[in-house]
Design a protein around this ligand. Structure first.
Ligand code: BES
Ligand code: MN
Ligand code: ZN
Length: 501
C-alpha cells in the first residue's frame, strides 16, 4: 500500500509549518498568481526576483523548489508553472496539480499547503477544484507493488496536504468536494488494482470474492450465479464463451439501495472477461498479456460502487458482472456454432473473439427484472473503438439522446470524457446471418458501431447506454497499467442522479 496523505481544507493567507512547503503558481510569461504575489510581498520581492532572473518562466508543468525564502516560516516554497493564463482550464489545472504533487513527493517536505486550488479555472467552483486536486494527488501516488517481492523506490515524506480556498464561504462545499474526490480516487484505485492483477489471480471467482467483500463493507446485497444456475436460466450466449475455460464462470449481481425505496435503480453492467485469448479465433501472441485488462468494465462497476458506498450516495444502483475467461480448447465454441441467448434470439458465432457482446447480451436481458431507470454497460469491447477515438475518449452509444447527453456532461465534469457515436439501424444489416437470427460480427467497417448494434438488439425494454472503453481502460508500453477510468464518469453521473452536483 502506498503511504496515505491526509487532506484538509483551509482559507486564508499562505502558511505552512517548519518542515512544510507552500505551493503557488506562476503564469507564463513570468506572472505571479495571486497567492504567489502575496508571498512575494511578504518576502520583499524575493519571488519576483527569481522569476525575472528567468529561472521560472511559468511553462505548464515545470516546477522550481526554493528554500529558506525570507520572511516565510515554511522551509520551502514550490513554484509551479501554469502556462498562459488565457488558456488555463480543466486540463491545465490538473497538469499543474500533478506536477506540484510529483515535485512534493520528490522533496523532503512532510506537509504542504496547496494554493493552486485558489486559481480561477474557467467557471469551476471550489468543490470541483478540491475534488480534482485530491483525485490527481491520489493518482500520482498510485503504485501496484503487490506482486513484487521487494520495494523499489523510497516512500515520499509527504504526510499532510492542505488545500486552500479563496474565502470562508467556500469551505463547506469544498469539504464535500474533498470527500467526493477521495471516494472517486478510492474507486479508481480498486478498479486499477483489479485490472493490474495477473490473470492467474484475477479470475471470475476472484471478482466474485471482491464483490462479496464490497457488499460486506458497504451494506450491499450480493448474489453469485454458478454455471448450473446460468444453464437453468438459459444464458446460452454467456455460457458459449465459458466453454473452453477450466475456470468456472460467474454471474455477479450487487445491489446498493440507499435511494428512495420505490425509485427504480440504475443498472451498471460490466464486461468481465478475465483473460481474452480470442478462443478458437485465437489472437496473435504480441501483447496478448494485455488481454488481462479485458475485465476493466467489470472493475469499473466495482470501483464505482465502492465510491458510491463511501459517499453514502442516496441512489439505487445495481451492478451486474458476467465474468469468464475466453479460452480455446476441445470443448470451446467453434466459428459457425449457433447459440440461443437468454432473450430467445439465436446467434451465429462467426468469430469467437467477439465474445464480449455474447456475455453482455445475456446480462442485458437479465437486468430487465430490475425494471431499471436506465442501464449502462461498460466494456473493453472493440479494437475498432481504439482506432476511432484513440486513448482519449470513451465511445458512447445510447438509445436515448437525453441519457447520452447526461453521460457526456458527467464525463466533462469528471474530466473522463466520452464521445457520442451513431447507433443507426443502417448498420444493423452488417450483422445478417444466413443461419441464425443474426451473427456476432459485422465485418471490418465501423466495428465499434456494429458491436453496439448487436447489444442494441437486447435493450429495447429500457433506456440504455453503452460505453466502449477499449481505448481508455489501460495504458500500454512503459507505463503499462489500468487507468481506473471510467470510474470518474460513472460516479459523476450517479452524483447527478442523486441530485447533488
Ligand atoms: N477485448 C477485445 C477488444 C480489444 C482489443 C480491446 C484490443 C482492446 C484492445 C474484444 O473481445 C475483441 O477481441 N474484439 C474483436 C472483435 C472482432 C472479432 C469483431 C476486435 O476488436 O478485434
Ligand atoms: Mn475478444
Ligand atoms: Zn474481449
Amino acid at each position: 500500500m502506498e503511504p496515505t496523505v491526509e487532506f484538509s481544507i483551509k482559507s486564508g493567507a499562505p502558511q505552512a509549518g517548519r518542515n512544510g512547503c507552500l505551493v503557488v503558481g506562476v503564469f507564463e510569461p513570468r506572472k505571479l498568481s495571486g497567492a504567489a504575489a502575496s508571498l512575494d510581498r511578504a518576502a520583499k520581492g524575493y519571488l519576483s526576483g527569481v522569476v525575472h532572473r528567468g529561472d521560472m518562466q511559468g511553462k505548464l508543468g515545470t516546477t522550481l523548489l526554493l528554500h529558506s525564502v525570507p520572511n516565510v516560516a515554511a522551509e520551502r516554497v514550490l513554484l509551479v508553472g501554469l502556462g498562459r493564463e488565457a488558456v488555463f482550464r480543466d486540463k491545465q489545472y490538473r497538469e499543474a496539480v500533478a506536477a506540484a504533487i510529483r515535485a512534493l513527493n520528490a522533496s523532503g517536505a512532510e506537509e504542504a499547503s496547496l494554493h493552486l486550488t485558489e486559481l480561477m479555472v474557467g467557471r469551476r467552483d471550489a468543490a470541483w477544484k478540491v475534488a480534482h486536486a485530491v483525485t490527481v494527488a491520489r493518482e500520482c501516488a498510485y503504485r501496484f507493488t503487490r506482486m513484487k517481492s521487494g520495494s523499489e523506490e523510497p516512500e515520499p515524506a509527504l504526510r499532510r496536504l492542505t488545500l486552500s480556498v479563496n474565502d470562508r464561504s467556500a469551505l463547506r462545499r469544498a469539504t464535500a468536494g474533498l470527500e467526493q474526490g477521495l471516494a472517486v480516487a478510492h474507486g479508481m484505485s480498486l478498479a486499477k488494482d483489479l485490472g493490474n492483477l495477473p490473470p492467474n489471480v484475477c479470475t471470475p471467482s476472484y471478482l466474485a470474492d471482491q464483490a462479496r467483500e464490497l457488499a460486506k463493507h458497504y451494506r450491499m446485497k450480493v448474489q453469485v450465479l454458478e454455471r448450473e444456475d446460468m444453464e437453468k436460466l438459459g444464458m446460452g450466449a454467456l455460457l458459449s464463451v465459458a466453454r473452453g475455460s477450466a475456470q468456472p464462470p460467474k454471474f455477479i449481481t450487487l445491489e446498493y439501495r440507499a435511494g428512495p425505496k420505490k425509485a427504480k435503480p440504475i443498472a451498471l453492467v460490466g464486461k468481465g472477461i478475465t483473460f481474452d485469448t480470442g478462443g478458437i479465433s485465437l489472437k496473435p501472441a504480441a501483447e496478448m498479456d494485455e488481454m488481462k485488462f479485458d475485465m476493466c468494465g467489470a472493475a469499473s462497476v466495482l470501483g464505482t460502487l465502492k465510491a458510491v458506498g463511501e459517499m453514502r450516495l442516496p441512489v439505487n444502483v445495481v451492478g451486474v458482472i458476467p465474468t469468464t475467461e475466453n479460452m480455446p480448447g476441445g470443448r470451446a465454441t467453434k466459428p459457425g456454432d449457433i447459440v440461443k441467448s437468454l432473450s430467445g434470439q439465436t446467434v451465429e458465432i462467426l468469430n469467437t473473439d467477439a465474445e464480449g457482446r455474447l456475455i453482455l447480451c445475456d446480462a442485458l436481458t437479465y437486468v430487465e427484472r430490475y425494471q431499471p431507470a436506465a442501464v449502462i454497460d461498460i466494456a473493453t469491447l472493440t479494437g475498432a473503438c481504439v482506432i476511432a477515438l484513440g486513448h482519449v475518449a470513451t465511445g458512447l452509444f445510447a438509445n436515448d439522446d437525453a441519457l447520452a447527453r447526461e453521460l457526456l456532461n458527467a464525463g466533462e465534469t469528471a474530466y473522463d470524457r466520452a464521445w457520442h457515436l451513431p447507433l443507426w439501424d443502417d448498420y444493423q444489416e452488417q450483422l445478417k446471418s444466413n443461419f441464425a437470427d443474426f451473427a456476432n460480427i459485422g465485418g471490418r467497417p465501423a466495428g465499434a458501431v456494429t458491436a453496439a448494434c448487436f447489444l442494441a438488439r437486447f435493450t429495447n425494454k429500457y433506456l440504455w447506454a453503452h460505453l466502449d472503453i477499449a481505448g481508455i481502460a489501460w495504458k500500454s508500453g512503459k507505463e503499462k497499467g489500468a487507468t481506473g477510468r471510467p470510474v470518474p464518469l460513472l460516479t459523476q453521473f450517479l452524483i447527478g442522479r442523486a441530485g447533488r452536483k
